[in-house]
Design a protein around this ligand. Sequence first.
Ligand code: ADP
Ligand code: MG
Ligand code: MG
Length: 245
Amino acid sequence: MLKIENLHAKVEDNDILKGLNIEVKAGEVHAIMGPNGAGKSTLASVVTGNENYEVTEGSITLEGEDLSELGPDERAHKGVFLSFQYPVEIPGVTVTNFIKTAINAKRKAQGLEDMPAAEMLKKIKEKAALLEIDKTFLSRSLNEGFSGGEKKRNEIFQMAMLEPKLAILDETDSGLDIDALRIVANGVNKLKSKDNAVVVITHYQRLLDYIVPDFVHVLADGKIVKSGGKELALELEAKGYDWLK
Ligand code: ADP
Ligand code: MG
Ligand code: MG
């Protein structure tokens, strides 16, 4: 699904990623952990095509296709999804209307007509039921006055509706409360399939009590310095990151 080889990237003249390799196959869940400032969010930004970051070496492919010349929208239309760390508030645009627009934009990029209204409605109902999201939530203005848990619920709903091939969830260091953790984990567990892949970036071993990853990687100083199974997360929790240097 995703193959990254010898990736080097910089932001504002600082080298952040320094030869990073990772391969994520369809059906797998990978966790990326690592100390603050290691480059985890940079990796997510670079994979999704954020133009503030410059790739100076290496390659990123999705299902064998080189992503380097594609902008963020094109990558999204090819099935790359990144959770929003800092979701924007859009007064007057409901959760439902936002996702309808996103879905139809993706279809348009694929040369398809808008999704018929009845099909859209059916899909919204299905996904909302799966994620235990109620009707009132769907008609609220996007992110306006949302609690941390509600923002996560909205993100996961977007992910469910867009059905990305590759979902990257950057859970950052900002306090995810236990509700938000459960919402994210529940969503990922319900949405993962043999045809998609999930990369969860987290500072916290705790999230991995709920989402059981197939592989855990440690990113330190711009490289993957260690990879293992789910037990590696527990080892990191106990020992920290210093022993890996
Ligand atoms: P992590 O997510 O692992 O905590 P980041 O990828 O956010 O790490 O940051 C890696 C390094 O890149 C840090 O030293 C950070 O200060 C720097 N960095 C990230 N984004 C920017 C930016 N837009 N401008 C300048 N420096 C940045
Ligand atoms: Mg950080
Ligand atoms: Mg980060």
